[in-house]
Design a protein around this ligand. Structure first.
Ligand SMILES: [Zn+2]
Ligand SMILES: [Zn+2]
Length: 717
């Protein structure tokens, strides 16, 4: 405790800048020590158990006289490999070079500080050269590199030898909770946001940008530690394949705290108030990287690799010819390997349509300028185009090493940092930022730089983009940025994202109405909807995970005696498990129930709607896709409100010609209101035309914090 207070004093200042209450944070971290130690031992334990298992299994085959001599021969090889791995893992006299030297190992796992080791790496087993008494060893790579360097049938070079990654070290059965090794997730094609799925069907709309989501990846395979085989020859065909490499895809997902997305939203705003770019900072966000297949594969639509899920071998790819077969078992599955890691990151989305060359050049310029501004090394900051390098809509910058910590946060928190970075980026691009004059080259060089050189945009890390990079594209974008400032959005946007997510998961209008009511009362939103409580095999409508409460919104079909018996049983199971169960009957007054649990829901801050009346389907035809992304969450909230229907914008005529579309028509009972987007240049004309025609109208902006409440009030009066 004394120790903790000491830490408190020192860290208070620093922690106050992080998300949340410092006291709370420290308690949590200290409380998690046993678990994080346990987690840190996982890689070692996984490798050890897998090797032990392999050795036992192969031993049985070797001693089984009924087996084919060929099988027994390959079993001997596999047993020897497993024993070599066990020796390495148990070496107590391990030198500091060993991967399993305690300090090094725990630093890699993020349990002890250590900036020079790759974090949370993956290991590859390299068998030693038998004849020359070579040493067996494990080689490690940071996960994001391992996804390609340790990719299926990839070649690695180590101390003059060449190895092919021929298998994954499969976890021991029962080690992973799931019986299947495959996981599911949906990635948004609009913004790259990742939605991991358990067994639920998954949301229809992206939690981050509101776009309609594509089908899920059903066969994701979390990349494991791997094993290799020595390979001396490599043919030219393979060489070409390796040169082109894998098709990798990156995605991200923001951390969640107390059920709410932990992200900071901000805008880069010009002097005249025009938005130039939107920014989102994610602290400790999860980044995903998937390996979809060789770039040079015949069928581009077929993703993944064939894995022998019993022995761990990667099936040969069609292209390889002289690779001796690793004997596959019949249990083959096509999987897409992926890795995930936690990073601080920022998403930059410039306003307006920029083409691929503009986006790539901006990406390179921002990366270099941020590195110069904060004295980071080239490898400490990484960038990617999202959703993909073929479709560049956003720039993802993330802190690639621990050393960069805290830098990106400043871009959203400080109004002047990003403009300063923009200015620096112009200088680096050989422009005088004040006059805009092209100085044509870096100070100490002799040759003019036409499009890009290693003094401005080119770097070892962006080789794939070199043909796109052009510094001449920078001034048009960056000069306005230089004179702009960053405005942090008020808190409600992450809440919107959470609300949108919950509404997407709802299975009935009644549930949507319940969430809508909780939102409008300003109460705490649930952390989850339709999530299975495994231990009880019950799926409550909503969950408050941190508070330990399960919510049911009971429609009329819960009124039958049979259903009531089932409900009672489920409630008992949940309560035995330690959850508080709260039911909202369709005919009950919900508001008093919500007010009864202030420690769970909080205290209401806004006006309350009337009690619900089930059975209206006025909003059945409502589709958030009909609205511009900035308006979607507002429209979803309106449509979820009691008896309110929302129609997309209509053409507004004046003097026989179309002025523009209005934003939406909202109705409640007899009352109809046309909404006009005040953020558009045509707002005055549209409003005047509607007023002339006698419509009731309301001018609204998507960035008003209370816009939903204001519209609902207009519908009441
Ligand atoms: Zn999206
Ligand atoms: Zn240059």
């Amino acid at each position: 405790m004394a120790r903790k207070q000491h830490v408190d004093r020192d860290a208070q200042q620093h922690l106050a800048r992080r998300d949340g209450d410092p006291e709370d944070w420290l308690d949590r971290v200290l409380g998690q020590v046993p678990t994080s130690f346990d987690n840190a031992c996982r890689r070692w334990r996984g490798l050890y158990l897998a090797a032990l298992n392999q050795s036992k299994r192969q031993q049985r085959i070797i001693l089984d006289p009924s087996r084919d001599p060929k099988d027994r021969e390959s079993a001997k090889r596999l047993r020897a490999e497993a024993e070599a791995q066990l020796r390495l893992l148990l070496e107590t006299a391990a030198s500091t070079h060993s991967d399993f030297y305690s300090y090094r190992y725990f630093a890699c796992e993020g349990f002890l500080p250590g900036y020079n080791f790759p974090r949370l790496p993956l290991s590859a087993f390299l068998p030693g050269r038998r004849q020359k008494q070579g040493m067996d060893e494990f080689l490690t790579r940071p996960r994001f590199l391992a996804i390609s360097e340790f990719g299926p049938r990839s070649i690695i070079y180590h101390e003059g030898s060449r190895y092919v990654i021929n298998k994954v070290i499969l976890p021991v059965e029962g080690d992973e909770n799931s019986t299947s090794i495959k996981r599911r997730a949906i990635q948004c094609e609009g913004c790259g946001y990742i939605h991991p799925l358990e067994d639920e069907p998954g949301p229809d709309l992206c939690e981050s940008c509101g776009s309609k989501l594509p089908p899920a990846y059903d066969n994701l395979f979390r990349m494991q530690n791997v094993a290799t085989r020595r390979r001396d020859r490599i043919n030219s065909d393979e060489e070409e394949r390796f040169r082109l490499g894998y098709e990798l895809k990156t995605g991200l997902r923001f951390a969640r705290r107390g059920g709410v997305v932990s992200a900071r939203y901000a805008e880069l705003v010009a002097e005249d108030g025009e938005a130039l770019a939107s920014l989102v900072y994610g602290h400790g966000a999860t980044l995903w990287r998937m390996n979809l297949g060789w770039r040079r594969r015949k069928d581009k639509d077929q993703t993944g690799y064939v894995l022998d899920i019993e022995r761990g071998y990667w099936a040969k790819s069609q292209v390889v010819e002289d690779d001796p077969d690793d004997p596959l078992s019949p249990r083959l599955e096509r999987v897409v390997p992926y890795v995930e890691d936690t990073r601080n990151c920022i998403l930059v989305r410039p306003v307006g349509e920029l083409d691929a060359a503009q986006m790539a050049s901006l990406e390179a310029a921002l990366k270099t300028a941020i590195q110069v501004q904060f004295q980071l090394e080239d490898r400490e900051l990484a960038t990617e185009a999202l959703p993909s390098s073929e479709d560049r809509r956003q720039i993802l910058l993330y802190e690639a090493s621990e050393g960069g910590a805290g830098v990106l946060r400043r871009l959203v928190e400080d109004p002047d940092t990003l403009p300063a970075v923009a200015r620096l980026a112009l200088e680096i691009g050989h422009f005088d930022p004040d006059t805009g004059e092209d100085q044509r080259r870096a100070k100490r060089t002799r040759e003019d730089c036409e499009a890009a050189c290693y003094d401005c945009l080119l770097s070892y890390y962006n080789q794939r983009d070199h043909r796109l990079l052009d510094r001449q594209l920078l001034p048009d974008i960056l000069q306005p940025w230089m004179r702009a400032s960053v405005r942090t959005s008020p808190a409600p946007i992450p809440r919107d994202a959470q609300l949108m997510r919950l509404l997407n998961l709802c299975q009935s209008d009644l549930e949507r109405r319940w969430v809508g009511m909780v939102d409008r009362m300003g109460l705490k939103l649930p952390s989850d909807a339709q999530r299975l409580v495994d231990a009880c095999t019950v799926r409550p409508d909503f969950l408050y995970l941190d508070e330990g409460a399960a919510i049911f919104v009971d429609g009329p079909h819960h009124d039958t005696p049979e259903q009531q018996t089932t409900d009672d049983k489920q409630q008992d199971a949940l309560e035995d498990y330690g959850l508080t169960v709260i039911r909202f009957h369709h005919a009950a007054e919900w508001e008093p129930i919500l007010r009864r649990y202030p420690t769970l829901f909080g205290t209401p801050v806004a006006r309350v709607e009337l009690a619900p009346s089930p059975g209206t389907d006025a909003d059945a035809a409502f589709d958030p896709e009909d609205f511009d992304a900035s308006w979607r969450s507002v429209m979803i909230r309106l449509a979820a409100a009691e008896d309110v229907s929302v129609e997309p914008g209509n053409e507004v005529m004046d003097g026989g010609r179309v002025v523009d579309l209005d934003l939406a028509t909202v109705r409640k009972g007899e009352r109809t209101v046309r909404l006009v987007d005040d953020g558009k240049a045509t707002a005055d004309d549209v409003a005047n035309a509607l007023a002339k025609q006698g419509y009731r109208l309301l001018r609204v902006r998507s960035d008003e914090p209370d816009v939903v409440a204001r519209i609902l009030v207009e519908l009441e009066e």
